[in-house]
Design a protein around this ligand. Structure first.
Ligand SMILES: C[S@@+](CC[C@H](N)C(=O)[O-])C[C@H]1O[C@@H](n2cnc3c(N)ncnc32)[C@H](O)[C@@H]1O
Length: 272
């Protein structure tokens, strides 16, 4: 199962190289790259950097904070937090190729002193108890069936009173999903929680939910706009760099999944 998730995301190529190539095609120079230049490829979730910043402002971050990003992907959210708040961020991700690319991308934008990435499983975190001041997880729970373990591990590594931001895609009331979607080519590696299941999952792990937001309507508009852009021409710097040529089909499916409320995007701000 974990191998299937890793091969879905990691492919078999050098991801940083593929992204560098796409940036060159877009006329960007790696030497003068900014985090904003990377935002269309390294913030791998619905509503991109805007959604990351919305979550971050609920985390009480300061330059002294050490944040854990669970399922850190290519590292966009980690770099956004480090750049905006001056904090330190450790990312953990199952996909080795993503961890390697995340490290290279951080070098490009000179943030390697504040962000680092390591391969590991969210359900068995290689960190001591109470090691972090805050944590985020964005669009990773959808690949993880053992959600009790996922949230229990997040609670274990957080200091008492620390905040935890969860932003995920949930199963909606509109029925079965259309596949492929960006996190799964087929249903076997898709494990969506429901709106009803999430609060008890978080509370039984030891969290108190202090805020909850359903952003489905905004997500629908975001994906509709992306699908229109992809109809015209696939932009150089986009998730296609690692999702491959199925990406336009995935985007069309996401529009249908969101329009029919087969999926919802929901965030929870929790206190440990
Ligand atoms: C859709 S991507 C989101 C990446 C990143 N959070 C972002 O928003 O840009 C989902 C990520 O979750 C990771 N992932 C899936 N299952 C995981 C697990 N059990 N432990 C750690 N990471 C996992 C995948 O490798 C992938 O990088």
């Amino acid at each position: 199962m974990a191998d299937d998730v890793e091969s879905h995301y990691g492919g078999d190529g050098d991801l940083a190289n593929a992204i560098a190539e796409s940036l060159r095609r877009a006329g960007k120079d790696i030497e003068t790259l900014t985090t904003a230049d990377l935002g269309t490829v390294d913030e791998f979730h619905i509503r991109g950097r805007k959604a990351t910043l919305e979550l971050a402002q609920m985390l009480n971050l300061s330059p002294a904070s050490h944040v854990l990003d669970i399922g850190s992907g290519l590292g966009g959210p980690a770099r956004t937090l480090a750049e905006t708040y001056g904090c330190r961020v450790t990312g953990i991700d199952l996909t080795q190729a993503f961890c390697e690319a995340a490290t290279t991308l951080s070098d490009w934008v000179h943030l390697s002193d504040r962000v680092s990435f390591q391969q590991g499983d969210a359900t068995d975190l290689p960190f001591a108890d109470a090691a972090f001041d805050a944590a985020i997880t964005i669009h990773a729970g959808m690949n993880i069936p053992a959600k009790e373990r996922l949230y229990a591990e997040a609670r274990r590594v957080l200091k008492p009173g620390a905040r935890f931001a969860v932003y995920d895609i949930l199963q909606g009331e509109g029925g079965e999903l259309f596949y492929p979607v960006p996190w799964a080519s087929e249903p076997a590696i898709s494990h969506l929680a429901t709106l009803v299941a999430m609060p008890p999952l978080l509370e039984e792990a030891g969290f108190r939910i202090v805020d909850m937001r359903d952003s489905t309507e905004e997500s629908q508009r975001w994906f509709e706009a992306m699908a229109v852009r992809l109809e015209r021409a696939v932009p150089a710097v986009t998730f296609q760099a690692f999702l491959g040529h199925d990406f336009p089909l995935m985007a069309r499916n996401q529009v249908r999944n969101l329009q029919d409320r087969r999926i919802r995007t929901v965030s929870y701000i929790c206190k440990a």
